[in-house]
Design a protein around this ligand. Structure first.
Ligand SMILES: Cc1cc2nc3c(=O)[nH]c(=O)nc-3n(C[C@H](O)[C@H](O)[C@H](O)COP(=O)(O)OP(=O)(O)OC[C@H]3O[C@@H](n4cnc5c(N)ncnc54)[C@H](O)[C@@H]3O)c2cc1C
Length: 613
């Protein structure tokens, strides 16, 4: 779909049409500020640009649930959710942001319900909730049912509902447009808009916007084994790096313990929430000895490392499809779940196991291994979604630039995200970013439809000219027969990253990854050319940009991993095995090619303590 009209100047351009981007669009349109503008006869101009058709966004794959202390099934309080989030993040969480997340979670879920999300229900008609790892009542005392769900297809429900609401509000979409550049003025203080490649028409578009919201999702494709869809190439984060901005805590990547062997496809945590148990080659339910009290529903980083310890100790199993292959899996045993309940509560999990492994989870053990799942770090933002640059002392807001969802870091997940908290983050902080932009548009009379500031439009023109030249060079040099291509580069990169920094690492493995990524892989990415000179629907063109974005991001991730001399949350450095609050309780702020700066963590009222699960 091409936008109804291409404007000279948008009030807001939103890059990304997952939970965060669509929530931002709705947050904007439903806000008092937008209503006031419309009543004054001004129709705000908002464009959502997406490299995918919106309903293909990865949000649609989310399975297990969205966290909120609704207390529909058991006593629960936002204070417990707040505490769990801070503790689950291994204390690297900004507590002001986490408090907001927990406090506003119930309203966020209720608003989703009112918008049309069909949640699963209790017998008396309330929103049903299930257990998820790390969510407890009474400050860690016992597990609590906090994840609101829709069988195991919550993301599908949320994505479709938000999209339908956007259609209702007449939101303008530019579908299958790939954003190649984020344009700022030369001081990095103001955003001018973005450059996008319209893959249907084969032309670049300069989109001038008073406000830009990046909502481009995660970067799981940095790793060979991942639950993420193929589009999750960290574009927004790389665009920020390319524009001279920083990424926060980018060394923290969550590995979900239960990826289906050798595909990495996610088997939702709900499979353990409903009673599934992990077993080693000896049939032992080993999690009880790693995390007494929480066992299989300990936090994800703990379970992933426990699996790795079991396989390293020779108690792993091979994928039955490849019996002579590496014994790097353990069993997920779901045979204790009532088969009827399993089909009703976990239809997606059952279907995935049947289709991709040819197994019957009511009878068979299922081979699983950790899979790259979630990028905790990202573009640093305030709780209103404003992007900032940390100068060593303070946050300097980039005027007119916002980010939300998995590409951003408002620092609610710290070093390890709790299940169900990311859909919540995307919907809640996406909405807040949209509302903040609407307020800015309504407050600032210049915003309503007047031409862009010349300094900004000059910056945009220059970026478009440079991008057109890049495309001309790529297409002019298109050559058949060269056997390197973007997919191969991405494959080699993801294998290098998996070997160097996934689950466990040390200075040696990090250095080896750095040499390969910054050297030959970066060079190959620079030299990539498409094999066809077609301008329209040339998917290799966008794949080349994706490969370059991944490399850019990998360089920053490796630099940040190298600079953190401790183990915390998802990052386990075997050469620095302990958490070190005295020197490392701070966020890393990494710009391209620079050593990370350190920003103190916002500690409000929860002192860092032990994390026993
Ligand atoms: C298999 C799976 C299961 C999950 N289950 C859960 C769960 O049960 N509970 C939970 O809380 N979380 C879950 N998560 C995590 C959660 O789904 C995501 O963190 C969240 O949906 C991210 O939303 P988003 O809007 O930030 O990004 P996405 O939904 O990934 O959307 C990104 C958007 O950006 C666009 N885009 C990207 N780059 C560009 C570009 N260069 N130009 C233009 N557009 C671009 C894409 O087209 C897309 O529309 C799961 C994740 C996975 C992978």
């Amino acid at each position: 779909m091409t936008p109804k009209h291409i404007e000279e100047q948008y009030d807001a351009v939103i890059v990304g049409a997952g939970a965060a981007g669509l929530s931002a669009a709705l947050g904007f349109h439903r806000s008092d500020a937008a209503r006031a503008l419309r009543e004054a006869g001004v129709e705000p101009k908002v464009l959502v640009v997406s490299k995918l058709q919106p309903l293909r966004s990865h949000t649609g794959s989310a399975e297990g649930g969205i966290a909120a202390s609704l207390a529909d099934m058991e006593p629960d309080e936002w204070r417990w959710h707040y505490y769990d989030t801070v503790k689950g993040g291994d204390w690297l969480v900004d507590q002001d942001a986490a408090r907001l997340l927990a406090e506003d979670a119930p309203m966020t879920v209720i608003n989703l319900e009112r918008s049309g999300v069909a949640f699963s229900r209790t017998a008396d008609g309330r929103i049903a909730q299930r257990r998820f790892g790390g969510h407890t009542s009474d400050f860690g005392a016992r597990p609590v049912k906090r994840a609101a769900y829709s069988a195991d297809r919550i993301g599908h429900q949320i994505l479709h509902t938000l999209w339908q609401q956007c259609v209702h509000y007449g939101v303008d979409f530019a579908e299958e447009w790939y954003v190649t550049d984020l344009v700022l003025d030369e001081t990095l203080r103001r955003a001018a808009g973005v450059i996008a490649f319209d893959t249907h028409a084969g032309v670049t578009r300069a989109i001038a916007a008073r406000n830009t919201i990046l909502a481009t999702g995660g970067a799981g494709r940095l790793f060979r084994t991942t639950s993420n869809s193929h589009d999750l190439t960290g574009d927004g984060m790389a665009l920020a790096l390319d524009a001279g901005l920083q990424l926060e805590d980018i060394e923290f990547v969550q590995f979900h313990p239960t990826g289906l062997a050798h595909t990495g496809i996610l088997l939702s945590e709900a499979s353990r929430g409903e009673g599934g148990v992990l077993r080693n080659a000896d049939g032992e339910a080993f999690m009880a000895s790693y995390a007494p009290g929480h066992a299989d529903l300990a936090a994800r980083d703990v379970v992933s490392r426990a699996i790795r310890s079991e396989t390293d100790a020779g108690r792993g199993v091979a994928d039955p499809r490849d019996p002579d292959g590496p014994k790097d899996c353990v069993w997920l045993d779901m045979t204790g779940i009532d088969p009827e309940r399993m089909r009703r509560a976990l239809p997606q999990v059952v279907e995935t196991i049947e289709d991709y492994a040819g197994l019957d989870p009511t009878k068979d053990l299922v081979p699983v291994k950790p899979t790259a799942h979630y990028t905790m770090g990202g573009i640093p933002v305030t709780t209103d979604g404003e992007v900032y640059v940390w100068d060593g002392e303070r946050r300097n807001i980039v005027e007119g630039l916002y980010a939300a969802g998995e590409c951003s870091c408002v620092s609610v997940h710290g070093a390890n995200r709790l299940g169900g908290n990311s859909l919540l983050d995307a919907c809640l902080f996406g909405t807040r970013a949209g509302q903040a932009v609407a307020a800015r548009v309504a407050d600032d009379p210049v915003a309503a439809g007047t031409p862009a500031d010349p300094a900004l439009s000059d910056a945009l023109d220059a970026a478009k000219t440079a991008r057109d030249a890049d495309i001309d060079t790529l297409l002019a040099d298109a050559k058949d027969g060269d056997d390197d291509n973007a997919y191969r580069v991405m494959d080699d990169l993801s294998e290098t990253m998996e070997r160097g920094v996934a689950v466990l690492c040390d200075a040696g493995s990090i250095a080896r990854a750095q040499v390969v990524v910054n050297g030959p892989i970066a060079e190959r990415a620079r030299r990539l050319r498409p094999h066809s000179d077609a301008r329209t629907f040339n998917q290799e063109l966008t794949a080349i940009w994706e490969a370059r974005h991944l490399v850019r991001l990998a360089e920053a991730m490796i630099a940040a991993t190298d600079a953190r001399h401790e183990s915390r949350g998802s990052l386990k450095r075997t050469d620095f095995p302990d958490r070190d609050d005295a020197t490392c309780l701070n966020h890393s702020m990494t710009a391209a090619g620079a050593a990370p700066l350190r920003q103190p963590v916002h500690v409000v009222d929860i002192e860092p303590g032990a994390r026993s699960y």
